[in-house]
Design a protein around this ligand. Structure first.
Ligand code: DOR
Ligand code: ZN
Length: 400
């Protein structure tokens, strides 16, 4: 198959190229045409590498009233993602090999894009981790959705020693003791936790990855240790406590939204981030009224940034690096993250001119609400190819 008439973001610039796809991979990137191949008219769209979201909560099994592998991956594809990494904090958390296998089985029947899995750390599942050999381990240090929580530093240290040092341990870094003692979850709780884990990681000489950083200071503390990578979620760059009135009961998220001054400073320092993980955390509106933490983000994560690109506030290089090549490197995902000969044909086709307004009732996520409802966007995902198969075209799904 040959994709013609597209603008491809390659080596830091937009180039008119044709892409030859064979057996789900990019076979060639060429200038001219080829005879005898099935042709796709790329309609002059911008082609970027399929996005990778390393931080999503797809809720299956156990909380499929919020989301499941089908609705969650539909939301992913509509948002430009061809790969997502699912978090382990299900009602019955992913903390044994058996539960990991159960998830893989469910996802392989229902997911419409590629899904990988983080494994949960508990106070005593060291043997299970060695048996399951997951690609990443999640340690949750501050109370959030579910019952995975490790506050004891000795246990964290044991996991840091036990788990393969070349694979990332993802940390939800908020100091639970600080939050309980001070009865609030301000940025100090995050700074303290990041300080603790990065010092520990340095002592043991291992990789760690800090999830959802919410202030520049967390990054600066973490980056004192060279094997520490950092992620943030769109809501810490696009929302702050200033939006609390508008968000009403929808506002809760862990870590909580920060003061506007932190958000503004964070935006100016986005180059310090290694990657974006949306922390797609769907809950029903009823549950949100009850205080549930998290925002659905899969359909807005890329769109928020491509809209900023249209305004000149962020580059295509930044977007593709933080949302594709860098998550692939951090999480050891092979043949993904770049448009390159021999890599999987994971591609997204973007209409940069499309102006649209987010209507939450039209979202693919099962929870059908968004903190960005009514926001205006410029630029929209028009098509998505995953391993050579067109899954989405002209804003419609081609798979069931
Ligand atoms: O807001 C959040 N929601 N933060 C988390 O750490 C977990 C997530 C969820 O699973 O609901
Ligand atoms: Zn999360």
């Amino acid at each position: 198959m040959i994709i013609e008439n597209v603008k491809v973001f390659l080596n830091g610039k937009v180039e008119e190229k044709n892409l030859v796809i064979e057996n789900g991979e990019i076979k060639e990137i060429i200038n001219g045409s080829k005879r005898g191949e099935e042709k796709i008219d790329g309609k002059n769209l911008l082609v970027l590498p399929g996005l990778i979201d390393p931080h999503v909560h797809l809720r299956e099994p156990g909380a499929t009233h919020k989301e499941d592998f089908y609705t969650g991956t539909r939301a992913a594809v509509a948002g430009g993602f061809t790969t997502v990494l699912d978090m382990p904090n299900n009602p019955k958390p992913t903390i044994t090999l058996e539960r990991l296998k159960e998830k893989i089985d469910l996802a392989s029947k229902k997911a419409i894009c590629d899904v990988g899995f983080h494994f949960g750390a508990t106070s005593d599942n060291f043997k299970e981790i060695r048996k399951a050999k997951p690609n990443s381990l999640k340690i949750i240090m501050g109370q959030t959705t579910g019952n995975l929580l490790i506050t004891d530093e000795k246990t964290i240290e044991k996991h840091f020693i036990n788990f393969d040092k070349e694979k990332p341990i993802v940390i939800h870094a908020e100091d639970q003791e600080y939050c309980e003692k001070n009865k609030h979850d301000g940025p100090e709780a995050a700074w303290l936790a990041v300080e603790k884990v990065s010092l520990l990681a340095e002592k043991i000489d291992r990789r760690i990855h800090i999830a959802h950083t919410s202030t520049v200071k967390e990054i600066e503390i973490a980056k004192k240790w060279k094997k520490c990578t950092v992620e943030s979620a769109p809501h810490y760059l696009f929302l702050s406590k200033k939006d609390y009135d508008k968000l009403g009961f929808r506002k809760s998220v862990k870590p909580c939204l920060r003061e506007e001054k932190y958000r503004a400073k964070f935006w100016k320092n986005i180059d310090k981030l290694d990657c974006i993980g949306s922390d797609h955390a769907p809950h029903t509106l009823e549950e949100k009224e009850g205080g549930a933490y998290g925002f659905p983000e899969l359909e807005t994560s890329f769109h928020l940034f491509i809209d900023q690109y249209s305004k000149g506030n962020v580059s295509l290089k930044w977007i593709t690096e933080k949302m594709s090549s860098s998550p692939a490197k951090i999480f050891n995902i092979h043949k993904k993250g770049e448009i390159k000969k021999g890599y999987f044909a994971d591609l997204i086709f973007v209409d940069l001119k499309k102006e649209w307004v987010l209507k939450e009732e039209e979202l693919e996520t099962k929870c059908k609400w968004s903190p960005y409802n009514g926001w205006k966007f410029k630029g929209k995902v028009f098509g998505v190819m995953n391993k050579g198969k067109m899954k989405y075209w002209e804003y419609e799904f081609l798979v069931d």
